[in-house]
Design a protein around this ligand. Structure first.
Ligand code: SAH
Length: 228
């Protein structure tokens, strides 16, 4: 079989696996946002994982992406994006872009996605990977995003994809009125909770607990200190 034919066959296989994952594990577990479901059916997760792990791309599980980091579990990505309540006019920030998988899904829903990644190796791979998938409405910054991206604020939504020790005030201040911050925070007992904070007024915020989660640590100025 010619390479292109073989590749096309593999792509079709992945597309059917993807549909199954979305039906069973995303919609099946209660994600209702149609734009999220549509985008998850479209973004090829196999392109965001290392070549040798491609066969596991449609397991509903996190996978290693190198540099001691992981690509998030699809259901959790869907839950976070649904909680961020994106529209076609949203400007959204992701802190901890990692593989860029969550960025690519949000880029299909929102007007513009700002992505910050602290690890230089991972950050350098983001641009080419997203461009290769036709993502044009994304800005990438390689560095510490624990205090947000003040130059590009305000944001309609901020998603933090690594666990923080507390909710940093600069992130709250970078929310537009009505804006949503979705962030995992670790409690004193070590358990991580996914929180959504909605900005109702200048200094009026509502906090909701969306459940238990497991993320790698957010490291930076407004987060945990680096271990070395
Ligand atoms: N949504 C990503 C998750 C990657 S894991 C995906 O699905 O691929 C979390 C990422 O947060 C890691 O890549 C880690 O390097 C990054 N990170 C940790 N602290 C950070 C910080 N202060 N600023 C930006 N990125 C950070």
């Amino acid at each position: 079989m010619k390479r292109s034919k073989r590749e096309a066959k593999i792509e079709r296989f992945f597309a059917s696996e993807r549909k199954r994952l979305v039906r069973r594990k995303i919609k099946g577990r209660g994600i209702r946002d149609k734009a999220v479901l549509r985008a998850m059916k479209a973004v090829p997760r196999e392109r965001f994982v290392p070549e040798n792990l491609r066969e596991f791309a449609y397991d509903d599980a996190p996978l290693p992406i190198g540099e001691g980091q992981t690509i998030s579990q699809p259901y959790i990505v869907a839950l976070m994006i649904q909680a961020a309540a994106l529209t076609a006019r949203s400007r959204v920030l992701e802190v901890g872009a990692g593989s860029g998988y969550c960025v690519a899904i949000m880029a299909r829903i929102a007007e513009k996605v700002f992505a910050v990644e602290r690890n230089e190796t991972l950050a350098a791979e983001l641009g080419p990977r997203l461009a290769g998938l036709g993502c044009q409405n994304v800005e990438i910054f390689a560095g510490d995003g624990s205090a947000g991206w003040p130059e590009e604020a305000p944001f309609d939504a901020i998603i933090v994809s690594a666990v923080a020790p507390h909710i940093a005030d600069p992130l709250l201040q970078q929310l537009a009125p009505g804006g949503r911050l979705v962030i995992p925070v670790s409690r004193d007992d070590g358990e991580q909770r996914l929180l959504r904070v909605t900005r109702h007024g200048e200094e009026r915020f509502e906090e909701e607990d969306l459940g238990g989660v497991k993320f790698v640590p957010l490291i930076g100025e407004e987060a945990f200190a680096p271990s070395t």
